[in-house]
Design a protein around this ligand. Sequence first.
Ligand SMILES: Nc1ncnc2c1ncn2[C@@H]1O[C@H](COP(=O)(O)OP(=O)(O)OP(=O)(O)O)[C@@H](O)[C@H]1O
Length: 270
Amino acid sequence: MSSDFSRRKVEISLEDVSMVFGKKGRQETVLQDITFDVEQNEFVSVLGPSGCGKSTLLRLMADLLQPSKGHITIQKDHPREVRLRRKFGIVFQTPTLFEWRSVRENIELPLEVMGHPRHAYRELVDHLMDTVGLTKFKDYYPWQLSGGMQQRVAIARALSLDPPILFMDEPFSALDEFTKERLQLDLLDMKRKTNKTIVFVTHSISEAVFLSNRIIVLTANPGRVHAIYPVPLGEDRNLQTRESLPFQKLTAAIHHDYKEESDPSEDQLG
Ligand SMILES: Nc1ncnc2c1ncn2[C@@H]1O[C@H](COP(=O)(O)OP(=O)(O)OP(=O)(O)O)[C@@H](O)[C@H]1O
């Protein structure tokens, strides 16, 4: 990551964002006064314990919820405008695939909805299936795929309109360690090749450190920004990165820092 932040462009900006759920008398402030920016081409993780409001924060950015207070802009516009221009894709924890559509047909869906003729995106979809390693399974249906393969379909679908921004909500948390590691490496590779801006929600410290350029740590009840950590790992990361001193030092520092706030167990904050 360049150290010259002055030349970098702000892609997403949150200013004093709060979120209150419920009706009068039974209100719950889930997020309070959240302020941070995400730079263009940056990989930012939002890390925090279960229930601290990570998904809510991502939903606010993606215009699936409206903040009770504060402002969010993406590319200087309201998230609604950006959503309508299809400038971001979303990947959820559980891949929401259409059971009656094959792998290819699931990935094609956003292109179909946008009214593009099928022949115009055949090659693109071939390329996306290749990118996520599913070419051999293009005619399979979701129920014939493993959880990791289903998540690959969801990622390819989110990439189909080539959005510059990707919002990912704990996309690998339901997967086994081997599949998770593979998909984390693939995600970094895709990020390097496409220069996307990625906001990634997780409750795993090591996952956040391995993937991110910066980590926003939230505390719970209500969710507030506790700390923001730059990740000094450079862009080229591989399986050995986890054994490096900078990786281990930062993982330990976040863990230690967080432990003073709450009392999380092991690596997981949740
Ligand atoms: N639509 C809603 N209406 C009312 N309360 C909600 C709504 N969505 C979320 N909440 C509440 O907001 C709080 C934060 O939920 P959220 O899912 O954002 O947390 P999280 O940090 O992503 O948790 P996890 O890591 O377990 O997924 C929870 O107490 C939840 O019950």
